[in-house]
Unconditional design. Structure first.
Length: 225
């Protein structure tokens, strides 16, 4: 499940610029906090009670493990506003103006495809096949998506971005609804002047640097031991 933080469903030119909608994974955050507590407890115990090379090995291990745990659990997030989609993945930050978004896909993972065909996975919006199956078993409120004769209506058809009918939302998994919101925003803002520009990708050196340093120190200690 992913937690969104946003002000309104669609941008409105008559009001000030809205804050980013922020999508994160509560399960990932909870798992990351638990892992950090376990690693911290074991590492500090080794630092305080260890003998010989043990404290140094524990310190190097902490320098390596802590950034990796943070990168893959606490760090991932998706930020969306009227002009662009910013994806903070474990090792990269990708900024895509809406004009460069070709599609948002949901299969075994959620991903965005830019106009050049490059795919970027949304780490903070994971697909849950269990949640999707559970949602599909729930009846759609008011039999949305069906006409008066009970047959499926044309409202269930998707748009160019793959967005289905909003009436189907109650029977969809949480992350699928998040993708519907992003598709809706992409479709509404794709041609806007402020949503044009180039895709940028930045490596997360603030994560990679400490982890690499810890790995090097740990390797040296193990080799020279």
């Amino acid at each position: 499940m992913t937690t969104p933080d946003h002000q309104s469903p669609l941008p409105d030119a008559s009001r000030p610029e809205a804050r980013d909608r922020i999508y994160r994974s509560p399960a990932g955050i909870a798992g990351g906090v638990l892992l950090l507590l376990i690693v911290g407890w074991l590492g500090l115990d080794a630092l305080i009670s260890g003998h010989g090379r043990t404290p140094w090995l524990a310190l190097a291990g902490l320098i390596l493990i802590v950034p990796v745990v943070i990168a893959f659990t606490l760090r991932p997030a998706v930020y969306a506003n009227e002009d662009r989609l910013r994806i903070r993945n474990p090792l990269r930050v990708i900024v895509l103006p809406w004009g460069k978004v070709a599609s948002l896909r949901s299969h075994y993972s959620n991903e965005v495809v830019d106009t050049s065909g490059t795919k970027y996975q949304l780490w903070s919006v994971p697909v849950s096949l269990r949640a999707r199956k559970k949602a599909s078993r729930q009846p759609v409120q008011g039999q949305a998506g069906r006409g008066g004769d009970g047959r499926p209506s044309s409202l269930g058809r998707g748009s160019a971005f793959g967005r289905g009918a909003a009436a189907d939302a109650p029977s969809r998994a949480e992350t699928d609804r998040v993708m519907d919101e992003l598709r809706e925003l992409a479709e509404a803002r794709a041609a806007a002047d402020g949503a044009q520009g180039e895709v940028t990708v930045r490596w997360a050196y603030e994560v990679m640097g400490p982890a690499l340093a810890g790995a090097v120190v740990l390797a040296i200690l193990l080799i020279t031991g």
